[in-house]
Design a protein around this ligand. Structure first.
Ligand code: TRP
Ligand code: SF4
Length: 328
């Protein structure tokens, strides 16, 4: 077997994914499958760092997420799909890394400060929340990941991971490679209200949403606010529909939208209908895939169980090396 580079990434299970997740992250994961050995997991322990009081929904959210991964094109045979909490070695490694991670590094993490300021409805003065990047480091180095596809917001976490790895290797010998972020340019996806597509804004279009509701959301979506009437010229750069055209339509159509929006050669209704010609079939393809997967829940469980086993096998080898290096 040729040794392909290891890629690891995870997502917190928050339920069904939307087009922002698809074009921001999943399409990159799908592409990475070609030339890497990929591990993609549900970060259910990470979900607890902020949602410790609502644990009942995690498992269903996780199922929906895995279904979406596969509907988006993740091949569960080629890539390993697994659940963070089902690889207990993750916890052991996180604990050991905690012994050498300075508090100052964690306290300075930009997302630590930011999330604490934004989620004011709950107490986040918690050990687990502070340790988020330590757990994340364990997630990736347990598999000796070289490349970690993440959004820009996670790059600081991975920088911390690299520092933790350097410190570990310095104390105990070269056990881990330094994981590097893979920042593939993510397509911009704007929600139906003109803001960034996000579940919490209630402006998203889910993967595999039925044609009717996809159509309804697109036809009702905010466009360039300057185009109040059909004859008003517009600016596609400020319109979410244009960014979706860039993802779904061919270059000729994108150029057609670009030119005719600016001259009021087309109306927004024409523009949206043109988009739906491409978007609807893709949504339908994912809807059918989702439905087929959800109809066979046991198969899905088996698949994740196989993934858990594969991940665990790698994790056990690494942990044997870690214990030996640390003389434990
Ligand atoms: N922190 C990531 C997020 O919120 C999720 C995550 C947890 C992750 N562990 C990871 C991503 C390891 C990449 C690698 O999106
Ligand atoms: Fe947006 Fe298209 Fe309308 Fe221009 S014509 S504002 S790109 S929907």
């Amino acid at each position: 077997m040729t040794a392909l580079p290891i890629v690891v990434s995870g997502m917190r299970p928050t339920g069904r994914l939307h087009l922002g997740h698809l074009h921001g992250a999943l399409v990159n994961w799908v592409r990475l499958q070609e030339e890497n050995r990929c591990f993609f997991f549900s970060a259910d322990w990470h979900a607890l760092t902020t949602n410790y009081s609502q644990t009942a929904t995690i498992k269903t959210a996780e199922r929906e997420m895995f279904v979406d991964f596969i509907a988006a094109g993740i091949d569960p045979v080629r890539s390993t799909l697994f659940v963070q909490s089902q690889v207990k070695e993750t916890a052991e490694l996180a604990l050991l890394l905690g012994m050498i991670t300075p508090l100052g590094w964690l306290e300075r993490s930009p997302s630590y400060k930011e999330v604490r300021e934004n989620l004011t409805d709950r107490d986040l003065a918690l050990y687990g929340f502070l340790g988020y990047p330590v757990l994340m480091t364990a997630d990736v180095i347990l598999y000796k990941a070289l490349r970690v596809p993440v959004g820009a917001d996670q790059v600081a976490h991975l920088e911390l991971s690299r520092e933790i790895v350097r410190k570990f290797n310095g104390h105990y010998g070269e056990v881990f490679p330094e994981p590097r972020p893979v920042l593939t340019e993510a397509a911009k996806v704007i929600g139906t209200d003109g803001r960034k597509m996000s579940k919490s804004y209630n402006n998203s279009i889910e993967l595999g949403e039925p044609a009717e509701s996809t159509r309804k959301k697109i036809m009702g979506a905010v466009t360039d606010p300057q185009r109040k009437r059909r004859q008003d010229p517009g600016n596609p750069e400020v319109c979410g529909i244009f960014y979706l055209h860039k993802i779904y339509s061919d270059a000729g159509t994108v150029a057609w939208v670009d030119a005719n929006c600016r001259t009021a050669g087309i109306g927004c209704v024409d523009c949206k209908k043109k988009l739906l010609e491409r978007l609807e079939p893709d949504q339908e393809r994912m809807r059918a895939k989702r439905e087929a997967l959800l109809a066979r829940p046991r198969d899905l469980d088996d698949l994740v169980e196989v993934g858990n086993g594969k991940a665990r096998a790698v994790a056990q080898v690494t942990m044997a090396q870690v214990r030996a290096a640390m003389k434990l």
